[in-house]
Ligand binder design. Structure first.
Ligand SMILES: [Zn+2]
Length: 284
C-alpha cells in the first residue's frame, strides 16, 4: 500500500490547472482506477489500483492563482507478486515516484478572459503574465478518469508517490522555485522558515570563516618557518587568493617542512626517559 499524489490545483508544465471542484469530482472518479506505466494502456502494464482518494488542503500555501494549495491524494495497493518485485523496490527506494493522470474534462477555459478553449483560442498565451496574473488553461467539470501512470516527467510538478513532506523539504522547494525565476507567494509561516534557514546558514558561514582564519594563521606560521625569506605579509596575501582546498594543502605541506626544521616533541614520545620505571605512573 502506498500514498500517491495524483494532481493538484497548481499550474502544471502544460500550462493547465484544475479547479478545486474539479479535484473533488476526480476524487470520486479515480477510486478503483489502475496505475500503469508510461500511459501505454497495455493490460500487462497495469500494476497498482487506487482504493481511496481524497482532497487535501494546505491552507499555509497559496498557489500561483491565489488559491489555497489543494491536492488529490490517493491510496493505492499493489499485489506482492514476483512480477511486481522490481516496481516495489523502485517505489520503496523512491526511483518510481512521479505520476501523471489521464482524465476527460468538459470545460477548458482561459484563466484571463474565460474564453472556451475547446471551441477556439483567445489571444492570451499560457505562461505569460497579464496584469500580474499568469495565464493558464483552467480545467473543470471532469467527466471521466481513465488511468494514472508512472512517468519520467509528469505534467503536474508535484504529482507522485508521497514519501514525507516536511517543512525542510518545503523550504528546499521554495529555494528551487526562487532559483528558477518563477513567481513565489509565501505564507507568513513559510517566510519565517526561510528566514530561520538563512540565520542557520549565517551561523554556519561564521564557523567557516573562523576555520579559514585559523587555517590561514597556520599556513603563514608554518610557511614563514620553512621559508624564512618570504615575508608574512606576502604569505597572507597569497592565502587570500587560495580556495579552502588549496589552503589546506599548502598549510599541510609547510607544516611537514616546519616540523622537520623545528621538531615537536610529544609528551609521551619516550625521548628523555631512561628506564621503564619512569612509566610506572601509567601502569595498571
Ligand atoms: Zn484569454
Amino acid at each position: 500500500m502506498f500514498p500517491v499524489v495524483l494532481c493538484d490545483n497548481e499550474i502544471d508544465r502544460d500550462g493547465e490547472r484544475f479547479t478545486v471542484p474539479a479535484l473533488e469530482k476526480l476524487a470520486e472518479l479515480f477510486v478503483g482506477k489502475t496505475g500503469i506505466f508510461n500511459h501505454s494502456g497495455r493490460a500487462q502494464d497495469q500494476a497498482a489500483r487506487i482504493f481511496d482518494c481524497r482532497v487535501e488542503r494546505d491552507p499555509e500555501r497559496v498557489t500561483t492563482a491565489g488559491e489555497p494549495y489543494t491536492r488529490l491524494k490517493a491510496s493505492a495497493y499493489l499485489p506482492r507478486t514476483e512480477k511486481n518485485d522490481g516496481l516495489m523496490a523502485e517505489l520503496e527506494s523512491g526511483i518510481k515516484k512521479e505520476v501523471s493522470v489521464g482524465c476527460a474534462v468538459r470545460s477548458v477555459t482561459c484563466s484571463v478572459c474565460g474564453t472556451d478553449l475547446k471551441n477556439g483560442a483567445c489571444g492570451h498565451e499560457r505562461g505569460q503574465s497579464y496584469g500580474g496574473a499568469v495565464c493558464c488553461a483552467v480545467l473543470d467539470e471532469p467527466t471521466d478518469a481513465y488511468e494514472w501512470s508512472f512517468v519520467a516527467v509528469p505534467a503536474q510538478r508535484e504529482a507522485g508517490v508521497v514519501k514525507s513532506y516536511s517543512g525542510a523539504e518545503r523550504t528546499e522547494n521554495i529555494l528551487k522555485t526562487l532559483r528558477s525565476g518563477e513567481t513565489v507567494t509565501l505564507t507568513q509561516r513559510e517566510a519565517a522558515r526561510l528566514s530561520e534557514k538563512i540565520s542557520a546558514l549565517e551561523r554556519e558561514a561564521a564557523c567557516g570563516r573562523a576555520y579559514r582564519a585559523e587555517l590561514t594563521k597556520e599556513f603563514v606560521r608554518c610557511a614563514a618557518l620553512s621559508k624564512p625569506g618570504i615575508p608574512a605579509e606576502a604569505l597572507r596575501r597569497a592565502s587570500d587568493g587560495m580556495n579552502l582546498d588549496d589552503l589546506k594543502c599548502f598549510a599541510a605541506a609547510f607544516r611537514r617542512d616546519a616540523e622537520r626544521l623545528v621538531p615537536l616533541t610529544p609528551q609521551l614520545s619516550g625521548a628523555g626517559r631512561e628506564t621503564l620505571a619512569d612509566d610506572s605512573a601509567f601502569k595498571i
